[in-house]
Design a protein around this ligand. Structure first.
Ligand code: SF4
Ligand code: SF4
Length: 205
């Protein structure tokens, strides 16, 4: 798995959930088609009359997620940017997605504006595997944001976390160690550690 394959999964799912924040600071979500995925970029479009369009122009931040039939979920948080050469991109999108002709026939297609996302953090989460598989990738050289939990040196080796982990993804050692790629992020280990040795990644002192 890599970032390009994650984008290809979103393109295969095609209609995925796009979340933004509206003018009042409230969450807004809708289904949007991924029109192209190539060279570490996702492409989509929306009509100038839509609230979604205004939200994209105001901040551009989007969170996208989709789940395929194999229970593989991909999530992307990044910033969408409007594309120059608008007509050329809309024509390309219609060539690659012929069903768009039925929705926007003839020149009505040019009410659409093309966008691309070429930066942000991708998460791949495979719920069809046991244990689960979780991986992170970044686009556009963005630094990876740590998530989940980690075990600090104050671990006393009691083994409580290992016994309580539903995915059996904690290995013995000094200190014990969480296999990040198999972790559910459920927090059971964190709640049960008698030494307070398990911390949220990114919040560690
Ligand atoms: S429960 Fe806490 S102290 Fe015990 S092994 Fe796990 S991390 Fe270490
Ligand atoms: S967060 Fe849940 S799945 Fe991950 S290591 Fe802790 S108990 Fe296991």
């Amino acid at each position: 798995m890599n970032g390009q394959k994650c984008l290809a999964i979103l393109r295969d799912i095609k209609s995925v959930a796009f979340a933004t924040v509206d003018e009042a600071g409230l969450p807004a979500v809708r289904m949007i088609d991924i029109m192209l995925a190539e060279q570490d970029r996702l492409y989509f479009c929306t009509a100038r009359g839509k609230d979604f369009y205004r939200q994209l122009l105001r901040g551009g931040y989007v969170a996208i997620t989709g789940l395929n039939r194999e229970y593989q979920m991909v999530r992307l948080v990044g910033k969408a940017r409007p594309l120059l050469e608008r007509r050329r991109w809309i024509d390309r999108i219609f060539d690659e997605n012929p069903s768009m002709h039925g929705v926007y026939p003839g020149d009505s297609r040019y009410i659409l504006e093309p966008f691309c996302i070429d930066n942000g953090q991708l998460e791949f989460f495979d719920l069809g595997k046991s244990p689960v598989v979780r991986k992170y990738f970044t686009l556009g050289g963005q630094a990876e944001k740590p998530t989940g939990f980690e075990i600090k040196n104050s671990c006393v080796g009691c083994g409580t976390c290992r016994k309580s982990c539903p995915q059996q993804c904690i290995d013995s050692g000094v200190p014990f160690r969480i296999r990040q790629e198999n972790c559910l992020h459920c927090g059971l280990c964190f709640e049960n550690c008698p030494a307070g040795a398990i911390v949220k990644r990114g919040e560690a002192a």
